[in-house]
Design a protein around this ligand. Structure first.
Ligand SMILES: *Cc1c(COP(=O)(O)O)cnc(C)c1O
Length: 403
């Protein structure tokens, strides 16, 4: 045990902007699916930095590769060719069945690039006021354009006027989509998450994805799928939409792509690959050698270690155990998700469970007010998944028993 007095974390920080209601702990280091705070308390990590730490913490293959890259070149700018960009783009297009990639540093930037692609796709066809279909409960980021595309008033409140040119529809309702776009020649794209993350782990049905694909083909719209959270192997396939056997025209990625190193990408198929020309889009940090190495090593290690199959297997195990313990329990509405992207929806807001779980030694999040979100590293074992269940279930039962 550490003899030093425990360090208390201030409830509010005097110099950091007050943008998060934070859990009152500070993490110091991690190993696999475990992390330790600055006072030495250990946690099982079922959040993985919000679906970011694909390989967990301190991965023995990733760390030396990143150290090697840092000693060679961290950043060079996009004034020069970056060989890692070509290598990572090749890996992403091979696994997605698409053709080209643009690299940036975050999810909202990848989505911003997708929105620009859709608008220019329209302008190139002579559509002066292009419109993009977006969804209820969607989350696409916090820039002005991506928060406008987001379907959550809390994210938008205080930041109007919003960007125009969005048409909002409900999930999984092809008739609603047809009706909302009927006779509108300005529609250029349909934009959604295969499994909504922040919106509460809400999956698009495979049948609906195929119907949207067909409609996009018939009407010459871009099918743009935000796989920032559900992509990169988390559901047991490289990209969650692949369960429906379809391929989008535009696919933003970020979160898990670099196992914690900031990285984003927008991957495009033939319909969208040549829309941007020199001068149309760019970024200072995007595609830097360190981020490219992180993406390349993440994919390499995932394949070497069979982590997609592991995500499918351990995810099914975790979901099965949660269903056995909680399904049908009064107050538990639904247990949803695929692979290691699981939501447990309760009948009442349950944000307090985040701090209670941390106290009990488990890191998780609550999203859409009442959905417990589990998005652990893809290296999680069945034994660790069992431990998640044994820590979480008593907290949920006790919470539901309270008035
Ligand atoms: C997290 C997230 C984003 C935003 O990514 P940032 O890196 O925070 O900008 C966009 N879309 C989805 C689906 C996300 O989960």
């Amino acid at each position: 045990m550490n003899a030093a007095a425990p360090q208390f974390i201030e409830a509010s920080s005097p110099h950091v902007m007050n943008t998060y209601g934070r859990v009152p702990i500070a993490l110091s280091h991690g190993q696999g699916c475990r992390v330790w705070d600055i006072n030495g308390k250990q946690y099982l990590d079922a959040l993985a930095g919000i679906a970011v730490n694909t390989l967990g913490h301190n991965h023995p293959k990733l760390v030396p590769a990143l150290q090697d890259q840092i000693a060679k070149l961290i950043h060079s700018s996009n004034y020069y060719h970056v060989p890692g960009q070509e290598q990572l783009a090749a890996k992403l297009v091979e696994r997605s069945g698409m053709t080209n990639a643009f690299f940036c540093s975050t999810g909202l930037e990848a989505n911003e690039a997708a929105l620009k692609l859709a608008r220019k796709f329209g302008h190139d066809k002579g559509i002066d006021r292009p419109e993009i279909v977006v969804y209820e409960k969607a989350f696409h980021g916090r820039s002005i354009a991506t928060l406008s595309a987001t379907g959550n008033e809390k994210v938008q409140k205080g930041f109007g006027p919003l960007v125009e040119g969005f048409i909002r529809v409900p999930l999984n309702d092809i008739d609603a989509l047809k009706k909302a776009t009927a006779g509108n020649p300005n529609v250029v794209a349909v934009f959604f998450e295969t499994i909504q993350g922040e919106g509460g782990i809400n999956p698009m049905r495979a049948e609906y994805l195929r119907q949207v694909r067909q409609l996009c083909d018939e009407r010459d719209w871009l099918m743009m799928i935000d796989e920032v959270q559900c992509g990169m192997g988390r559901t047991g396939k490289w990209f969650a939409h692949q369960w429906a056997g379809i391929t989008p025209d535009v696919m933003p990625l970020a979160k898990g792509l670099g196992s914690g190193v900031p990285i984003g990408a927008v991957v495009a198929g033939p319909k969208a690959a040549n829309i941007f020309q020199p001068g149309n889009h760019g970024t200072t940090f995007g595609g830097n050698p360190l981020a490219m190495r992180a993406g390349l090593e993440t994919i390499r290690i995932m394949e070497e270690d069979g982590l997609m199959a592991n995500a499918a297997k351990v995810g099914a195990h975790l979901k099965g155990a949660l269903e056995r313990e909680l399904a049908g329990h009064p107050g538990v509405k639904e247990i949803r998700g695929q692979g290691l992207m699981i939501g447990v929806e309760l009948a009442k807001p349950c944000g307090v469970l985040v701090n209670r779980a941390a106290e009990a030694g488990l890191l998780l999040s609550v999203t859409a007010d009442s959905v417990i979100r589990l998005v652990p590293a893809l290296i999680m074992t069945e034994a660790e998944a069992d431990e998640v269940v044994s820590l979480l279930v008593p907290l949920v039962r006790q919470f539901l028993a309270e008035a």
